[in-house]
Design a protein. Structure first.
Length: 142
């Protein structure tokens, strides 16, 4: 049974209790590119955290520790030391979609170390990273 799981997933699970910070501190304000007005109801996602902007267009991700009890070690080539993540912005607002005035999605490279990676100092390193993106301008779809 273990061999089947091993072959099917391409990784080995190692008992390794630890806590990890899946993303660093990232904040910004989403605005309309033409009017510079804040945009509400934009979905913003980094790692496995997601939020929706409020009326002022502001979002803020604060690192939070998550407890893990195993570490899944991939057998295929995988860069454990990669540090950099993508912040994704999507417009899934139903009312805007029905009016045909949706905003284009975008992704931004941010200074955050995604989980998994091996070095404990890298996991804790997300606590020292602050990415203040300022105004992020979204353009309406045509």
């Amino acid at each position: 049974m273990t061999a089947c799981a091993f072959l099917a997933t391409g990784c080995v699970s190692i008992p390794y209790p630890h806590r990890a910070y899946h993303h660093s501190y990232v904040s910004g304000r989403v605005v309309d590119r033409a009017t510079k007005e804040p945009i509400e109801h934009i979905t913003v996602q980094i790692a496995n955290a997601k939020m929706v902007t409020k009326q002022d267009g502001v979002f803020e991700f604060v690192p939070a520790a998550k407890q893990h009890f195993v570490f899944n070690l991939p057998l295929l080539p995988f860069d454990f030391w990669f540090c950099g993540d993508q912040l994704h912005l999507y417009d899934w607002d139903k009312a805007r979609n029905e009016r045909g005035s949706r905003y284009r999605g975008m992704s931004i490279e941010v200074d955050s170390c995604p989980y998994p990676f091996l070095g404990a100092e890298r996991r804790e390193g997300n606590l020292q990273k602050f990415e203040r993106l300022g105004y992020i301008e979204l353009r309406k779809q045509k």
